[in-house]
Design a protein around this ligand. Structure first.
Ligand SMILES: [Zn+2]
Ligand SMILES: [Zn+2]
Length: 99
């Protein structure tokens, strides 16, 4: 789990959230987990509704990488089995579309 994910800070209100999501963004998610050296800086945080955060990202169905707020890379429709089986392809796609 992304244990330091916190309630949304006021400074994050303008940060990009999930494309097409109209629910209130009440969670802050660390793009790079703090356990892997991520920081609390705004470029490492995205605001998400609870559903996208807990069921989407932490449920393994979607992924966000890159740098907030304008260089985020969203990946949707992931499934655990697909992530495991297609990890090599996903990595290629991610590097090809980011930055
Ligand atoms: Zn999180
Ligand atoms: Zn959402």
């Amino acid at each position: 789990m992304c244990e330091p994910c916190t309630e949304l800070d006021a400074r994050l209100e303008a940060v990009a959230k999930v494309p097409g999501c109209s629910r209130a963004a009440v969670h802050a998610h660390h793009i790079i987990p703090r356990s892997q050296g991520g920081t609390d800086d705004p470029e490492n945080l995205v605001s998400l509704c609870a559903a996208h955060h807990l069921h989407g990202i932490h449920g393994g169905r979607m992924r966000v990488t890159g740098t907030a707020p304008d260089k985020l890379v969203w990946e949707f429709g992931l499934r655990r089995s697909y992530v495991a089986a297609g990890a090599r392809n996903l990595d290629i796609d991610a590097s090809g579309t980011s930055l």
